[in-house]
Design a protein around this ligand. Sequence first.
Ligand SMILES: Nc1nc2c(c(=O)[nH]1)N[C@H]1C(S)=C(S)[C@@H](COP(=O)(O)OP(=O)(O)OC[C@H]3O[C@@H](n4cnc5c(=O)[nH]c(N)nc54)[C@H](O)[C@@H]3O)O[C@H]1N2
Ligand SMILES: Nc1nc2c(c(=O)[nH]1)N[C@H]1C(S)=C(S)[C@@H](COP(=O)(O)OP(=O)(O)OC[C@H]3O[C@@H](n4cnc5c(=O)[nH]c(N)nc54)[C@H](O)[C@@H]3O)O[C@H]1N2
Ligand code: SF4
Ligand SMILES: [Mo]
Length: 813
Amino acid sequence: MEKLIDSLLEQSMSRREVIVDTAKLGAAAAASGALTLPFTVSAQAAEASPAAEAQETVRHSACLVNCGSRCALKVIVKDDRIVRIEPEDVQDDSVFGKHQIRPCLRGRSNRWRVYSPDRIKYPMKRVGKRGEGKFKRISWDEATSFIAAEIKRVSEQYGNEAIYFNYQSGAYYHTQGSPAWKRLLNLSGGYLQYYNNYSNAQNFTAASYTYGAKGTQFASHFSQVKNSDLVVFFGLNLSETRMSGGGQVEELRRALEASKARVIIIDPRYTDSVVTEHAEWLPIRPTTDAALVAGIAHTLIVEQLIDESLVNRYCIGYDRSTLPETAAPNASYKDYVLGTGDDGIEKTPEWAADICGIPAIRIRQLAREIAGARACFIAQGWGPQRHANGEQTARAVQILPALTGHFGLPGTNNGNWTYATAYGVPALPTETNPVKVSIPCYLWTDAIATPEKMTATTMGVKGADTLKTGIKLFFNQAGNALLNQHGNTNRTRKILEDESLCETIVVIDNHMTPSARYADILLPETTYLETEDLVDNAYASGSHNYMIAMQKTITPLGEVRSTYDICADIAKHLGLGEQFTLGRTQADWMALHYAQIKEKRTYLPEWEVAKNMGVIDQQIPRDEECIILADYRRDPQGNPLTTPSGKIEIYSQALADLAKSWTLPEGDRIPAVPEFCVVKESHLNKDLTARYPLQMSGFHTKGHTHSTYANLLMLHEAIPDEVWINPIDASARQLTSGDLVHVFNDRGVVAMPCKVTQRILPGVVAMPQGAWTRLDSNGVDVGGCINTLTSHLPSPLAKANPQHTNLVEVKRA
Ligand SMILES: Nc1nc2c(c(=O)[nH]1)N[C@H]1C(S)=C(S)[C@@H](COP(=O)(O)OP(=O)(O)OC[C@H]3O[C@@H](n4cnc5c(=O)[nH]c(N)nc54)[C@H](O)[C@@H]3O)O[C@H]1N2
Ligand SMILES: Nc1nc2c(c(=O)[nH]1)N[C@H]1C(S)=C(S)[C@@H](COP(=O)(O)OP(=O)(O)OC[C@H]3O[C@@H](n4cnc5c(=O)[nH]c(N)nc54)[C@H](O)[C@@H]3O)O[C@H]1N2
Ligand code: SF4
Ligand SMILES: [Mo]
């Protein structure tokens, strides 16, 4: 409570500071000819006066959080204190013309993040039980020499495979943060690697089977929508997940203004994108998109809306004529849809409607609309795939453009969500990792608790048949997935509390997060605004290309340091100092990286100029080659895909083989065509729904980026964390908006206010993800973290996070 009052007082005091720029006043007065005013001061006089010390200066920084966008921040500083954060000025760039990379409410709240009472300001060592959150201040030398000794001890005792660097996405630095830690760990013998991410593993894995490796990274840029007449989005919500004025949401808005294409959004929630894109909302039950696609395909087939010769030229496994010889004769997608496949069920729109909740008549119309469109842009967000059957959803949406011919042509896409074109701003080289073994990033708790069960054919271990050892030394840099962002927090707590399993946990963060409380050694890193770096435009700025030179805007608080310097010190203790730095400071690396870019783009200004500019437009002409599969469409023989057949694989023999050789948990399936697979926690599971009748899906809220910014009270006032519930479900539980409810299942209980709204379909509730977990004495998560309710069990193929698939009940608290 004290902390809260302190922070409220701090906010109101700095708001009361009067902003007086005497130099500007003098200049303005001179310009207006008001020199006769008795109190006028000249600019020169102002410079000499003591008041000049209180002048505001402008510094440039950026928001490095993982929302996919990258916004520049104009930081107004006075007396070494941040007083305000503004957007950078309007720029002229090669993509949008005159335009502003406008940060969202989160980026602009960075002053509160820097001065938050949650800041960790000194290196610390745990004194209580692990997780209790009791720490004692130690010196930097003590901290860095302890970590060096632990790297040595653990690698000698267990081998380097026992060292792990956890998934993290809180700060995409180029010359500190993750690259610095990875460089240090690689130079000192390596660490157990991970593959996948928490964002889109099911989708990427699916795409590698549907389109080959190329398809995993890219899709058409949204600028193509300028050529579309119809846009169909499955759970794609740019207005809330890509909020920067410099990225995809802006690109889509401009394209829609040009084409006036009709937009249809398929989502359990009526999202802000439905509003801002003037879209039609088709509410769908979570996990059922593959059933919807099968229902659409049924109409396409029976109404002869498919150009079968075209589909068979570009795809395999649509019908029997293109099935590989190794496949069963009735294994094609057409067989699956028409009921001549193994399950014998015809996937009529009525069948699909029963599952997904969209009326059969609307499914038929949708099929006709997509087939009849001149250029339909089909894309999916990553919410639809963050499910227990996410690979199936992803693959189903990926084949819809292929079935309807809407691929490789202007205004079309491949069903995926695009990344920005990479314009290559170098990062600190991490060197190569001598340890070649990797695990799916969602399975690190298993790699701590039950390493003997981690094998290639059960848990997706790569580079070895099985793990040799469990994880013993854990590095958690700029991530909250050590607890908060990982599935089933109550299970994770138990695993972390057992000090005989993972022996040492190092956490590096800005704030005392739920994960930070589980540290043995806790290190404070600078926030974005307290350090210098040269960063890229991140991965969701569409075809817009720029980089940002970040400046240290204030003296870092307390003893906070850059992880480049921290890792250099640890390297020195290990006798690797020179190898780590190569004699360079962090500033030297930035200058070097800039020089490498300037070598290619000689027209860019000198670094001495550029480093004070904030946004640096790379001035690369708009990427016209942003129509995915265009080369393949033009010449499929000349430009084969990287799938085994070189074609779009509606039927995948690789998946059929894999399903046979892997050992899957009961109920899990890996079909060779994009079948709808029922998940355990589904509305169709009559046993489980008797107890937990509501499907609960998470979503990425505007109020925070995951757990970053989630501790800022002012943001909560703007966008509270509330669980969305339909009036029908609310009245059955006698709930009205604002009531505090308990959302619960066998894994835990979360307390949160409810929002009664027609914007969610009946039978489904939606909870924002990212709130900080905090258990009361009864074990109720009064912090409102969704992961108290989610499962740690991975999806079948990608072995990835199914964190949107949950059954729950809701009751008044
Ligand atoms: N404001 C904000 N922006 C962010 C982030 C954030 O935390 N906050 N996180 C960033 C990161 S790291 C990522 S990975 C992206 C994530 O972007 P996404 O993964 O796309 O975001 P989600 O909100 O999980 O899901 C998008 C939509 O899918 C819907 N959905 C859920 N299940 C289903 C389903 O089964 N079928 C269909 N059709 N729709 C479904 C949800 O209701 C939601 O509206 O966003 C990035 N941007
Ligand atoms: N239930 C559920 N869980 C989810 C998701 C979901 O949709 N539903 N989404 C998943 C997805 S897509 C993702 S990407 C993950 C994201 O999970 P994480 O990558 O863990 O992201 P954050 O929760 O934002 O945690 C980032 C941490 O970095 C810290 N940080 C910020 N800036 C700095 C810095 O400069 N230095 C250091 N050292 N630390 C800093 C922040 O304080 C914060 O603690 O969550 C996943 N978890
Ligand atoms: S959270 Fe994303 S959109 Fe918001 S300011 Fe940061 S980078 Fe920009
Ligand atoms: Mo993500």
